[in-house]
Design a protein around this ligand. Structure first.
Ligand code: ADP
Ligand code: MG
Length: 271
């Protein structure tokens, strides 16, 4: 087992304050693609809707301890995190309780550091994690701020639809504010276009605008709109397990490769 003190996991917050842009889908499937490379991955479900938990087969009546307990009651992640059907993938689930955590934290002076301090005890888990992916809620509330303060980087799914870029400046401003205050090392992992339809002019236009505006921040990989991707959660499975040969699965494998390659380059540059 690698020493978690020497090799802390890479923590990536998957964030966009718009709902329905592919945050949860990206969290589940990127995590699964990373496990295929032998990585151990922990998903933190930070959305009160708990879609990442349900999508991985952890149903509400089976969520005894959750990320709410982590944020509000200092519950250790080792007590909250659960195995999933995907080898190497664990999840700390969420329930609707989490919707009140935002309000409950307001009076806490260390409110933005709750998740970061929980992650300092990650070494209690039975295996050392290589990646922690945080599925954020569709809001720039204290939950998302906790994720950004705890993270090394933010990955932004951008739906290939009209108005996609609207709201992005607010998100970037929030990232900058977190960097200037609580977490100077916070990077932008990248922006990934989701639900992309090659036959649709609008998708191509959004891609062009995103690449013109954001340059290298936009991943080469785009995630196509693919019905297998949307079917998979109702079978409590990542699309990579439900239909590994689907275009959606292949795209998430490519996204994971792109991220792993970048991380390897960064590490080689650092030595
Ligand atoms: P968010 O977490 O940002 O709210 P989701 O990941 O839940 O977004 O995605 C919103 C909806 O779009 C879900 O029903 C999901 O199944 C569907 N969806 C996401 N990505 C794709 C895709 N590449 N192709 C088809 N449907 C998708
Ligand atoms: Mg979601």
């Amino acid at each position: 087992m690698s020493d978690p003190q020497k090799h802390p996991p890479k923590v990536i917050a998957i964030a966009n304050q718009k709902g329905g842009v592919g945050k949860t889908t990206t969290t589940i499937n990127l995590a699964t693609a990373l496990t295929a490379h032998g990585k151990n991955v922990l998903i933190l479900d930070l959305d009160p809707q708990g879609n990442a938990s349900t999508g991985l087969g952890i149903f509400p009546d089976n969520r005894t301890r959750t990320t709410y307990d982590v944020l509000i009651d200092d519950a250790p992640l080792v007590d909250v995190s659960r195995e999933t059907a995907v080898p190497g993938l664990m999840i700390a689930p969420a329930t609707t309780d989490l919707s009140s955590a935002d309000m409950e934290l307001v009076s806490n002076s260390r409110r933005v550091f709750r998740l970061r301090s929980a992650l300092t005890r990650l070494h209690q888990l039975p295996v050392a994690m290589d990646y922690v992916l945080i599925d954020c809620p569709p809001s720039l509330n204290l939950l998302t701020i906790n994720a950004m303060v705890a993270a090394d980087s933010v990955l932004v799914p951008l739906q290939s639809e009209f108005f996609a870029l609207e709201g992005l400046s607010q998100l970037m401003l929030t990232i900058r504010q977190v960097r200037e205050t609580a977490n100077p090392k916070l990077r932008i992992e990248g922006v990934v276009l989701t639900m992309y339809d090659r036959r649709n002019n609008l998708s191509r236009q959004v891609e062009q605008d995103a690449r013109d505006t954001l340059g290298d921040l936009v991943f080469h990989t785009v995630i196509p709109r693919n019905v297998r991707v949307s079917e998979a959660p109702s079978f409590s499975m990542p699309v990579l397990k439900y239909d590994p040969n689907s275009l959606g699965s292949k795209a998430y494998v490519n996204l994971a490769d792109e991220i792993l390659n970048r991380h390897t380059l960064v590490e080689q540059g650092a030595t």
